[in-house]
Ligand binder design. Structure first.
Ligand code: KG4
Ligand code: ZN
Length: 357
């Protein structure tokens, strides 16, 4: 079964051909660097870039796969969640190609595809057997914890109540004057420092908070962390003279690396602790999967590995090239045929808020 996948939910334009859900024959991804100077994704720029880039990227993906259009069995595309104007470009193109080839069109949930990304790693077990599983999806737009007792049965057990983990890292990097996207920069900068956990709060969610019925102990809040960093900087925390919060004041000793490391530790600690709690509540869980751009973080990888070691779980991580948004995870998931179904709707619109409950 050969599936052509298309992904355009945010600022990556990607197309891929995947055989039987796991064998990536080609995956062509272009990360739009046009947003860097704005310090975040600008929806209008993203959709215009997708429109310009996608036709060539799809053509390249099919060509590089070596299979030829006539052998494509189905076309899959992200239908949500994501930016509406970005989703529309990929989804409409997939609809057109499926119609032209007279092949089925498969609507894919982007969050579920991030979970599937771990199975594109040849070392991973068969997805049908990798249960019960705890799956953590962490990116610039998502921070969600899912329990998967059986393949295809995905239950949301925890999430962020405000910012996503990647967003929290990106905003901190901006405050520290480090550039965008901040996650990888903070990761790299932190490597030489020993984290001091007491500097930043853990991101607890009060029992009265609005969690949509989820256990508040399994939810996380990153907005307080961001404010704590701002106060820390305003009080003259040791940071680089480039930092906007101290500009105009005499330069401090350059201790940005330590601040970045402490902040990253607070984010990683919050995520790891929630995973630990889910594992405690579900003693039969055997696998922990982690996908999304933030799963590239070296400190998060190390802490999850420690947790799995001590809890007797197997850790499943995506290959670095499949951690960020990519179409291989879209095409791969489509093959499994057991993914969550889109809500009933009479038309073929995109679903920007398509959440897994
Ligand atoms: O999955 P992704 O490519 O796009 C979204 O769906 O958001 O994730 C992008 C996010 C950004 O916030 C970026 O800062 C973060 O992933 N990221 C990292 C690392 N690499 C990317 N965060 C921490 N450490 C990294 N090494
Ligand atoms: Zn994503």
């Amino acid at each position: 079964m050969l599936i052509l996948g298309i992904e355009t939910s945010c600022d990556e334009t990607s197309a891929a051909v995947v055989r039987d859900g796991r064998e990536v024959l080609s995956c062509v991804t272009r990360t739009q660097t046009e947003h860097a100077k704005h310090g975040g994704v600008v929806p209008e720029i993203a959709s215009r870039c997708h429109t310009e880039l996608l036709p060539g990227i799809v053509r390249d993906a099919v060509e590089q796969s070596g299979v030829g259009w006539e052998n494509v069995d189905a076309v899959a595309a992200t239908r949500g969640p994501g930016l509406a104007s970005s989703l529309l470009v990929g989804w409409n193109m997939a609809r057109g190609i499926a119609m032209r080839l007279d092949k089925p069109l498969v609507a894919i949930n982007h969050t579920e595809a991030h979970i599937h990304s771990v199975f594109l790693n040849p070392d991973a077990p068969d997805p049908l057997e990798a249960v019960p599983m705890l799956a953590l999806v962490v990116s610039g737009g998502h921070t969600s914890f899912f329990m998967i007792p059986e393949y295809g049965d995905i239950r949301l057990v925890g999430r962020t109540v405000d910012d996503a983990a990647g967003e929290a890292l990106d905003k901190a990097a901006k405050m520290l004057g480090l550039g965008y996207p901040g996650g990888p920069i903070i990761d790299k900068m932190s490597r030489g420092s020993v984290p001091n956990k007491r500097v930043f709060p853990e991101g607890r969610v009060r029992p009265q908070a609005e969690t949509g019925g989820l256990d508040n102990e399994l939810c996380v809040s990153f907005s307080g962390l961001k404010t704590a960093l701002l106060h820390y900087l305003e009080k003259g925390g040791d940071v680089s003279p480039k930092c906007p919060a101290v500009s105009g004041k005499p330069p401090h000793p350059d201790n940005t690396a330590q601040t970045a490391c402490d902040y990253q530790e607070a984010v990683v600690d919050a995520l790891t602790k929630r995973c630990e709690r889910v594992i405690r509540q579900n003693p039969g869980v055997k696998y922990l999967a982690c996908g999304g751009g933030v799963s590239l973080n070296s400190r998060l990888r190390a802490r999850l590995a420690e947790l799995c070691e001590s809890s007797n779980l197997r850790l499943l991580l995506a290959l670095p090239k499949h951690c960020g948004d990519n179409a291989a995870m879209i095409a791969g998931l489509a093959r499994m045929g057991r993914g969550i179904r889109p809500p009933e709707s009479n038309n073929l619109d995109v679903l920007p808020n398509w959440a897994i409950q």
